[in-house]
Design a protein around this ligand. Structure first.
Ligand code: ADP
Length: 309
């Protein structure tokens, strides 16, 4: 279990992490979500004792990271996959890590199998693709068979197969009862991976809830209706307190009324329907709206709209 209380970090007069209090629990995947620059990496570095908090504290099973007797047996982390000595083979890279951390040599073979790099174990890491480098970084994180795993933006730049592999790995690590803490700036990556979400913006906690709660609170249910009489249906829907927005000639997107009620209203008013279907507003959209005011850099795009960096 990871516990932060009032955790803060300042760089000069810039506040990178602002009084964060949270608990990351075992047996589930906790997604750490926030736009670029929100303070996710800084928080993770403080958990690992790589950065010193300017306020508050963070502990691992009750102790600060720097006081752990065998850190690699308790916490495994993938922060920057490129931080690998390129001239060494994957095998030697892991062997060095095992030897300097008092871990049994047999773990090297085990983790190479686990991440699917056994066949290229003798090759130099310098020639590895991004996905293979990522797997090697994960092998290193798993070397000490730790109960707690942290991954900072692990799927950045990976192909769909690599993304699926990492997602399944995180789910299976959590199913084994481990604590899995993973950061991302994209909601879509968390939607099918995480059980719990910590959402931050400008170093502050915005939401601490389950994925389902996030979906329920942040996505409005729309109903798509196709009818040859859109004007009449709009009138009926508006009269019942709903809102209808045209989406093409014969289609309306209706909010504010549940689907069955729309069907009943159409029937009672003899409006013919060709389609009645639920549409979930995108979670990505909900996340962007929630963090909109906290995004550090807005890039202007033609037409005057703003998009988050
Ligand atoms: P994220 O991981 O969510 O993208 P970071 O933790 O990397 O965010 O950064 C949070 C904020 O702290 C940003 O404004 C960033 O510019 C700033 N920051 C991070 N590291 C340093 C540093 N070493 N020196 C100064 N500012 C930093």
């Amino acid at each position: 279990m990871i516990e932060a209380v009032g955790l803060s970090k300042r760089y000069g007069d810039r506040v990178a992490v602002d009084q964060l209090s949270f608990t990351v629990r075992p047996g589930q995947v906790t997604g750490f979500l926030g736009p670029n620059g929100a303070g996710k990496s800084t928080t993770m570095r403080m958990i690992l004792g790589l950065d010193t908090p300017t306020g508050g504290r963070v502990t691992i099973d009750g102790r600060p990271y720097r006081q752990l007797d065998y850190p690699m047996r308790e916490v495994g982390a993938l922060l920057d996959a490129k931080a690998i000595h390129g001239g060494r083979s994957a095998y030697h890279h892991l062997l060095c890590l095992a030897q300097t951390n008092n871990l049994p040599k047999r773990r090297v073979g085990e983790v190479l199998d686990l991440v699917g790099l056994a066949e290229v174990a003798g090759k130099r890491a310098k020639g590895f693709s991004l996905g293979m480098g990522q797997r090697l970084g994960i092998a290193a994180a798993l070397l000490g068979d730790p109960k707690i795993l942290m991954f900072d933006e692990p799927v950045n730049g990976l192909d769909p197969e690599g993304i699926l592999w990492i997602r399944n790995l995180m789910r299976s690590l959590a199913a084994e009862g481990r604590t899995v803490f993973v950061s991302s700036h994209l909601m879509s990556e968390m939607e099918n991976t995480a059980d719990h979400l910590l959402v931050i913006g400008r170093g502050r906690m915005i939401a601490d809830c389950t994925v389902q709660e996030f979906i329920d609170q942040n996505s409005e249910l729309l109903v798509r209706v196709r009818t040859p009489e859109p004007a009449r249906l709009t009138e009926v829907v508006t009269g019942a307190g709903g809102t209808a927005t045209p989406d093409g000639d014969d289609t309306l997107l209706i909010s504010g009324l549940v689907m069955d009620r729309i069907g009943d209203l159409a029937f009672d008013n003899q409006v013919r329907l060709y389609e009645l279907s639920p549409l979930q507003a995108s979670l990505e959209q909900a996340f962007m709206e929630l963090t909109r005011d906290t995004v550090e850099y807005h890039a202007a795009v033609p037409g005057g709209r703003e998009v988050s960096a």
